[in-house]
Design a protein around this ligand. Structure first.
Ligand code: GLU
Length: 322
């Protein structure tokens, strides 16, 4: 079977070094297996979308030396490649779930959900039987109050087990670990889980390579594949790159973006070399193109612990971004 991989940025800001690392690995993986590489822009969250980042993210990736066989600018058999233009597919996918009687309206706000549960502070609890019951109690009052619901997929009582190509064996209980899945948000946006599954099915993706911040979403996605009667792709999750303070890099905080590095004159080859080194693919940082680094790509050499950037790494890039 022809390998079909993808990188799917959310244009909520400029890509940072961690995004670049994931994109490179996804690209090396597809190219090393002589597969196709798809670029899909996940611009469904309108309030958070930064309009210039939609094409800006593509420029950043091109600067890094990544190319794609299908994408918003080059087209392809599964166009369009912008999620904001694929609503018909999401509606049809929702209808297929609805026919099975597994979609329901949820009127509970995040605040109400937090109050209902013993989930740790700030976390929204898993949506299970007690949340379903609370929603039923609140529905009539909320409908009268004119509140718009979100739509959720009611998960069956089952256990999802899968083998992540890199993170190893995984298991999650649908009722206690995953909970009923939001497929359409109360603010009128299609939910990530529904869109990503609908698109990966439609685009024939055979393997999903992405950061392991999305590992917890994978079991929910597998439930949706099953509900839609589709075989899930394989999954390969990569540990994240950490900032010098040990925290997550954030697009919103604008940390270490490719745009900023490029503007202060850092060569793309240094970024590629540093990231290949951070993955354990090079013994030392070196300056080389993404295509040259492909020779060094061997998933069995990847170091499966998060890599924390340090000052010498940034100094090696040769310019200090603001
Ligand atoms: N759009 C998501 C992000 O930028 C990635 C989704 C995915 O790879 O499944 O975090």
């Amino acid at each position: 079977m022809l390998y079909r991989g993808r990188y799917a940025p959310s244009p909520t800001g400029w890509l940072h070094l961690g995004n670049a690392r994931t994109a490179l690995v996804a690209w090396w993986r597809a190219r090393s297996l002589r597969g196709r590489f798809i670029l899909r822009v996940e611009d469904l969250d309108r309030p958070r979308t930064v309009v210039e980042a939609v094409s800006g993210n593509l420029d950043e990736l091109r600067w890094l030396g990544i190319d794609w066989d299908e994408g918003p600018d080059v087209g392809g058999p599964h166009a369009p490649y912008l999620q904001s233009e694929r609503e018909d597919l999401y509606r049809a996918t929702l209808d297929r779930l609805r026919v099975k009687g597994s979609i329901f309206e949820c009127y509970l706000s995040r605040k109400e959900l937090r109050e209902l549960s013993s989930a740790p502070h700030g976390q929204t609890p898993t949506y299970g039987p007690s949340e379903r019951a609370a929603n039923e109690r609140a529905t009539r009052r909320k409908v009268q109050g004119g509140k718009s619901p979100s739509l959720r997929y009611r998960v069956p009582d089952t256990v999802i087990e899968f083998e992540d190509a890199w993170a190893g064996p995984q298991a999650a209980s649908a009722l206690t670990d995953i909970g009923d899945i939001v497929v359409y948000r109360a603010d009128g946006a299609w939910a990530y889980q529904l869109a990503v599954v609908a698109d990966d099915i439609a685009m024939g993706v055979t393997e999903v390579v992405r950061g392991d911040d999305l590992l917890p979403s994978t079991a929910a996605q597998i439930l949706l594949y099953r509900a839609l009667g589709a075989a899930p792709p394989s999954f390969a999750h990569l540990p994240l790159l950490k900032g010098t303070d040990g925290g997550r890099l954030s697009k919103r905080r604008g940390s270490l973006t490719l745009k900023a590095l490029r503007e202060v004159g850092v060569p793309a080859g240094r970024v590629v070399g540093l990231l290949a080194y951070s993955l354990g693919l090079l013994e030392n940082p070196a300056e080389l193109s993404a295509a040259e680094a492909l020779r060094h790509f061997d998933p069995s050499h990847i170091v499966w612990t998060p890599f924390r950037l340090a000052e010498p790494h940034l100094a090696w890039l040769g310019a200090r971004p603001k």
